[in-house]
Ligand binder design. Structure first.
Ligand code: MSP
Length: 664
């Protein structure tokens, strides 16, 4: 099965949340760089990405919007594709779990596992996290909350199919033991063994009857295939496994690298191998769990961007302001691979300035300008060699090997740091050889020629090595050296490949230098202005809403009797879905479950909580408040919060209190 001439790499498929931010781009940009790298080594690469479109959340959101789930996701998916285009993501297929060939594979997988006894029907009673769309057993919970996202969970019961995960525990442990590179970084393997396998693998619920937006189980259509079998199967359905044409599957499976964020490693390192074992298919060669891009210490989410409002986190906005390669470079270079990394406007701008504008940009402009001035733009032959050349030549010659090792270890930041070591060495070589002094002495022309040739050749090697990481800028640099055709790494095996006599163009600044202080001031002002404008719009909306709700404004609460107080019906409610009210920065539309009753409430807490944060939380609801309309949206009650300085915090009842419980 092992085939060294192919390379199959995947990103996780994205939930169409619409909250696309620079953190979202991280996995895909990293995979793109690796895919491009292997293409340049001559391997045939298949790079897969896509979207994970089924499930309860999408069903609920589409319903609220009055559109079909497919219509709802279509717009979000095309927005994501636009971001990938802006970032030069070179995927070979963008799979959607709503694609007919994917559906066919999933139905086959489910049926096959059922027929083999790996899936069985039973009743499920378990703790459910709406946000993660996952069931957990009591022991899996962390302090009574979801072990993956830390949110509230609630008890759900339903008839379901189950995957016999427990049966595969020993084989998964053997897999880890016999293939120490299967799961990386190494620490993730211990996490899987100690947190999930050793405490006992529980069989996994793999179908739902309450969620209709999913792939129907072919032999029992009341059930839909529940998220993870659907989602994980994308890695084989995209290659045509059991859905028609298996040519790609035969060529590319097993996968060389599944790249995933650390929070979903469990699904890729335990559940996915178990499914593949049950299907009797070869296992992926490697699964890599990368860290998160953090802002202000948090995994990015749109609502948190509102709080830290001066950081630019919209990938499209960053690309428009600074270029696609600036963002690609930052993501690839700044985040220590395998660990979390931090974004701030300042860190971003400084990184771009120092590496791209100063080190790389200056090297290219200085070298091409000197060839232009001293040799009329014609690359001279390297006639007079000197010992000082050797260190630069050696480093440049060894670069391909060093970077190949880094990429094999999936250490992308190290690959870039190795390339920039050579860029830095070339700049130092300019200082050492002082070509501007040589240019003034006619008898040093030969030496000047050698220095400039060595620099141009080093630039060619570095730019070729940079093609996978910052493709459009690296192509521009190569074009200044007269190289306009597609090149592979075979063109940089050895120093001296650049032909003297070719015409060199004088380079324009590829990454113009940014005045970081001035730029940050400008961004701050722009973001604050945006924030104020949004607040103004909201305030006038709220005033109108208050008027129409006919609410008296109470400055000093008067005393009330206990009977007055008991007129208020307070109940425990579970947030089942939530979204922002359109054109309002303050209001959230929240769907609540009171056990056997549901409610919709509009609450002005969007500044303090994201919709995702609220889903799964238990809250206190004023259940007998007169229905009001806020921004045209009906609100059937009010959620209680406490004031906390400039912010507000939800009053959260004890997790053991059931939905619908009365509060007295
Ligand atoms: N749909 C599942 C994956 C199913 S794969 C069979 C999912 N989707 S997701 O949209 O929530 O996440 C997609 C990827 O984006 C994950 O790898 C996740 O880790 C990554 N990221 C989302 N926010 C991120 C950061 N702030 N930083 C780094 N990666 C982030 O999970």
């Amino acid at each position: 099965m092992e085939n060294k001439n192919t390379f199959y790499i995947t990103t996780p498929i994205y939930y169409p949340s619409g909250n696309w931010h620079i953190g979202t781009c991280y996995t895909t940009v990293v995979c793109d760089a690796i895919a491009r790298f292997y293409r340049m080594t001559g391997r045939e690469v298949f790079f897969l990405t896509g979207t994970d479109e089924h499930g309860q959340k999408i069903q609920a959101k589409a319903k609220e919007k009055g559109v079909t789930p497919k219509e709802f996701v279509d717009a979000i998916v095309s927005d994501l594709k636009e971001i990938w285009k802006m970032l030069d993501i070179s995927y070979d297929r963008f799979i959607r779990t709503t694609d007919p060939d994917h559906i066919k594979t999933v139905q086959y997988v489910f049926k096959r596992l059922y027929e083999n006894g790996d899936i069985y029907k039973s009743r499920y009673e378990g703790w459910y996290c709406t946000e993660c769309e996952s069931f957990f057993t009591e022991i899996q919970l962390k302090d009574g909350k979801c072990p993956d996202c830390g949110r509230e969970v609630h008890m759900e019961k339903e008839e379901s199919y189950f995957l016999r995960l427990s049966k595969y525990a020993d084989r998964i442990l053997d897999l880890y033991k016999n293939n120490p590179d299967f799961l990386q970084p190494k620490s993730r393997m211990n996490e899987m063994i100690n947190n999930f396998i050793k405490p006992g693998l529980q069989d996994l619920c793999v179908s739902r009857t309450s969620v209709k937006w999913g792939i129907p189980v072919e032999f029992d259509p009341d059930h839909t295939v529940y998220v993870w079998i659907d989602a994980l199967s994308n890695y084989i359905s995209a290659l045509g496994y059991k859905n028609g044409n298996q040519e790609l599957f035969d060529k590319f499976w097993p996968c060389d690298l599944h790249m995933t964020g650390k929070e979903i490693i469990r699904f890729h390192a335990i559940i996915w191998p178990a499914i593949l074992m049950a299907l009797d298919l070869p296992l992926p060669k490697r699964v890599y769990g990368h860290g998160w891009l953090l802002i202000g210490g948090d995994k990015l989410s749109k609502s948190k961007q509102d709080k830290i409002s001066t950081e630019l986190t919209d990938p499209k906005e960053i690309v428009v302001r600074y270029g696609k390669d600036a963002l690609r470079y930052f993501l690839l270079r700044e985040i220590p691979f395998g660990s979390d990394g931090a974004y701030s406007n300042e860190a971003f701008l400084n990184r771009i300035n120092s590496d791209l504008s100063n080190d790389l940009g200056n090297l290219v402009s200085r070298t091409t300008a000197m060839i232009y001035q001293n040799f009329d733009g014609v690359l001279p032959a390297p006639c007079q060699k000197e010992p000082v050349d050797q260190e630069l030549i050696c480093l440049a010659e060894g670069l391909l090997e060093a970077v190949t090792r880094d990429i094999e270890e999936i250490n992308v930041p190290k690959a870039l740091s190795d390339i920039f070591k050579v860029v830095g060495r070339a700049n130092k070589y300019i200082d050492e050889t002082t070509p501007w002094v040589l240019a003034k002495e006619p008898d040093k022309k030969g030496r000047l020629a050698a220095v400039l040739y060595n620099l141009a050749e080093t630039i060619r090697i570095c730019a070729t090595m940079l093609l996978p990481f910052i493709p459009s800028s690296a192509e521009k640099i190569l074009a200044y050296l007269g190289i306009t055709e597609k090149v592979g790494f075979d063109t940089i095996k050895g120093f001296g490949g650049l032909n003297s006599g070719i015409t060199i163009e004088k380079a324009q600044p590829i990454f113009p230098r940014i005045d970081v202080k001035k730029e940050i001031k400008e961004i701050d002002e722009m973001m604050i202005k945006r924030h104020k404008e949004a607040q103004k719009t909201l305030q006038s909306a709220d005033k109108n809403a208050e008027k129409s709700a006919n609410k008296p404004v109470i400055d000093h609460p008067e005393e009330i009797t206990i009977d007055d107080f008991f007129k208020t019906e307070l109940r425990v409610a579970l947030v089942t879905a939530c979204e922002k009210v359109e054109k309002s920065d303050k209001l959230l539309k929240i769907q609540l479950s009171l056990g056997d009753e549901t409610r919709q409430v509009v609450s002005g807490i969007a500044k303090y909580y994201s919709p995702e944060e609220l889903v799964g939380k238990k809250v206190v609801l004023v259940a007998n408040l007169k229905t009001a309309k806020l921004r045209g949206v009906e609100s059937q009650g009010m959620i209680l919060c406490g004031e906390c300085g400039d912010t507000v915090k939800l009053i959260e009842p004890d997790s053991s209190l059931k939905e619908g419980s009365k509060i007295r």
